[in-house]
Design a protein around this ligand. Structure first.
Ligand SMILES: NC(=O)c1ccc[n+]([C@@H]2O[C@H](COP(=O)([O-])OP(=O)(O)OC[C@H]3O[C@@H](n4cnc5c(N)ncnc54)[C@H](OP(=O)(O)O)[C@@H]3O)[C@@H](O)[C@H]2O)c1
Length: 249
């Protein structure tokens, strides 16, 4: 098992949902966690909670769409802990909309956060990981990175990108550079992710189409991420698709 007690783990999107739960879980495992997102107050509260429980955390307010801010995130991690052992590229948005309603600003925001934000993290972390001779990049994709659903053409496109990027990264980086790469692909998780949906038709579809499905909790995905990053060094968990038991597709 990989021991995280001397590891620095950066989690983007740590201010809520899956990122917040992952930060707690990795801190419990002994990692020094670096909390990144835009809502600084939430990150500060989480840092206090982690420290109360005996863990170590720092806050680096970061907008992942800004490459300079992501570089600062890596630099501050190095200053604080001397290494970047794990990067969880988790920040993401999902303003679903039907193509015919042409929500172009939201399409662009999804590209900026879900695609370019991930690339900014990868671009800033890789030189450090290559220099160290080790590292682990966890990219949070989605079941939407494998399947399409109504209103999700652009969102699914961004997550297909993340899944493909992860496979390409693993192929190039794991054997030759000892940098493990994992794509995490959750089904429906009970988080704030749907709060950014502005397309009334989608909101109606979500409200009326709700069956009795029990979604995953953020902690379920945090556990999957913890499994991947604590696996023995010889093991690279390339992909994990984690679905609610009663989610149909
Ligand atoms: N919930 C699901 O059903 C589900 C399923 C599959 C995959 N996912 C993926 O899981 C990831 C986490 O989502 P979640 O479900 O936990 O939703 P969430 O609670 O809404 O969390 C999203 C996180 O992303 C951060 N974020 C958004 N824009 C950002 C930006 N420009 N810069 C930095 N951080 C930004 C948010 O923080 P700030 O607003 O404070 O910046 C927040 O912490 C996403 O990539 C999502 O696509 C979720």
């Amino acid at each position: 098992m990989t021991d995280l007690s001397n590891a620095a783990a950066i989690i983007t999107g740590a201010s809520s949902g899956i990122g917040e739960a992952t930060a707690r879980r990795l801190a419990d495992e002994g990692a020094s966690v670096v909390l990144a997102a835009r809502r600084e107050e939430r990150l500060t509260d989480l840092k206090a909670e982690i420290e109360e429980n005996g863990g170590t955390a720092i806050v680096v307010p970061t907008d992942v769409t800004d490459r300079d801010q992501v570089q600062t995130l890596i630099d501050e991690t190095l200053d604080a802990f001397g290494s970047v052992d794990v990067l969880v590229n988790n920040a993401g948005i999902m303003p679903l909309s039907l193509m015919k309603n042409t929500h172009e600003d939201e399409w662009e925001q999804m590209v900026d956060v879900n695609i370019k934000g991930v690339l900014h993290g990868v671009g800033a972390a890789l030189p450090v990981m290559m220099e160290q001779g080790h590292g682990h990049v966890v990219n949070v994709s989605s079941v939407a990175g494998r399947r399409l659903f109504p209103g999700g053409a652009v969102y699914c496109g961004t997550k297909h990108f993340v899944t493909a990027l992860s496979e390409g990264m693993r192929n190039e980086l794991a054997p030759d550079h000892n940098i493990r790469v994992t794509s995490i692909e959750p089904g429906a998780v009970d988080t704030e992710l749907t709060h950014t949906i502005t397309d009334g038709e989608i909101v109606e579809m979500l409200e009326s189409g709700h069956d009795d499905m029990t979604p995953l909790e953020s902690e379920d995905i945090a556990e999957a991420i913890c499994y991947a990053v604590t696996a023995p060094e010889r093991v690279d968990v390339e992909e994990l698709l984690v679905m609610p038991t009663d989610q149909k597709e």
